[in-house]
Design a protein around this ligand. Structure first.
Ligand code: UD2
Length: 316
């Protein structure tokens, strides 16, 4: 059994990662400032004696180092972030603070207190408009947003510190993650969370463009398992891996699955393609497979679960 410190534990990916680690018998120290994370997401974890929650801001200097000094975790999974690409474009300074400086604070806490491993929430956004398909980890990195640039800078910061001070760093390059607890509130939220909410409420969805664009959608439960593995599997060395399925699903396919489950809802409304929208994004999962991770949940199965699950209730 290991003790894992999870930053952003109340977020979409953080809460599923926490649940996965607890389910595997590990102890979890969760940290979240509830900026975008929600206590509701931790309803299961909070019932576990192996879980402790600290409501703190890891981007504030000294906070994480003090917590790591007190808790002495075996590994840190750093998921706390500004998660919206659009928000990073609107507020690049905040993006720098939350998505670059906070990573430096994680590296520093690991160095000062001898943490053996750091797992970092990176993103396919570091590849930007890379022409290669499927995208391998070696593809040219051409981020096209402050968000993508910050994730790439953080990978380098953490890997460089790990190499110098002797801790392992695993950078997890998530593709399009979907599942329960994803916030559908903004028009720039993940398309599946928006579709799930609209269909549930009986409202037609919008398809930007002809709907033939494709993404590599990966279920959050698989992502959580990939994070737990990266944090706890003995013998891993530093590096980066795509966290993806290697399978492409079109928007039309998605809408078709939702429509079949909600026969009363009107047909999707077509709008012009979004400016800057990429047509196809597909990851190569081979590097993660070599480390022992393969996604298990298909899109249809993951969507069926999402459709049948009621929205997360609000805690008192
Ligand atoms: C991600 C980012 C986006 C941008 C892009 C750069 C998220 C949630 N989005 O977008 O901000 O940086 O990467 O490549 O991280 N769509 C619809 N109807 C909707 C919503 C979306 O048709 O109501 C389309 C959208 O135009 C796109 C596809 O669905 O073609 C997927 O959209 P997404 O925002 O979930 O993910 P992505 O990878 O395009």
């Amino acid at each position: 059994m290991a003790k894992i410190l999870v930053t952003g534990a109340a977020g979409f990916i953080g809460s599923h990662t926490t649940d996965c680690l607890l389910g595997e018998g590990h102890a979890v120290v969760g940290v979240d400032n509830f900026r975008t994370g929600r206590k509701e997401n931790l309803a299961t974890a909070l019932r576990s004696p192996a879980f402790a929650l600290h409501v703190k801001d890891v981007a504030a200097p000294g906070v994480l180092a003090a917590l790591v000094a007190a808790e002495r975790p075996d590994a840190i999974i750093h998921l706390a972030a500004l998660v919206s690409v659009q928000e990073s474009i609107a507020n690049p300074e905040l993006n720098f603070s939350l998505n670059v400086q906070a990573s430096q604070l994680v590296a520093e806490a690991a160095r000062l207190h001898g943490v053996g491993r750091v797992v970092f929430a990176s993103s396919a956004a570091i590849y930007g408009d890379a022409a290669e398909r499927p995208i391998r980890e070696s593809a040219e990195k051409r981020p096209v947003s402050p968000y993508g640039a910050a994730k790439l800078a953080s990978e380098d910061l953490l890997l460089g510190h790990g190499a110098c001070y002797g801790f392992t760093v695993r950078c997890q390059r998530y593709f399009n993650v979907f599942g329960t607890r994803q916030d559908p509130a903004s028009p720039y939220s993940g398309v599946i969370s928006i579709f799930a909410r609209n269909y549930r409420e009986g409202k037609p969805v919008t398809l930007f463009g002809d709907g033939r664009q494709t993404r590599d959608f990966i279920a959050v439960r698989d992502v959580a398992r990939a994070n737990a593995l990266a944090a706890t599997r003995p013998g891993l060395t530093s590096g980066a891996a795509n966290i993806c399925t290697g399978r492409a699903t079109s928007l039309l396919d998605l809408a078709g699955i939702f429509a079949a489950a909600h026969p009363g809802v009107g047909a999707p409304v077509h709008r012009p393609a979004r400016a800057g929208d990429i047509l196809h994004s597909l990851g190569d999962p081979a590097a993660a497979a070599a480390l022992g991770f393969t996604a298990r949940t298909g899109v249809a199965e993951g969507l069926a679960e999402l459709i049948s699950e009621p929205p997360v209730p609000v805690l008192p």
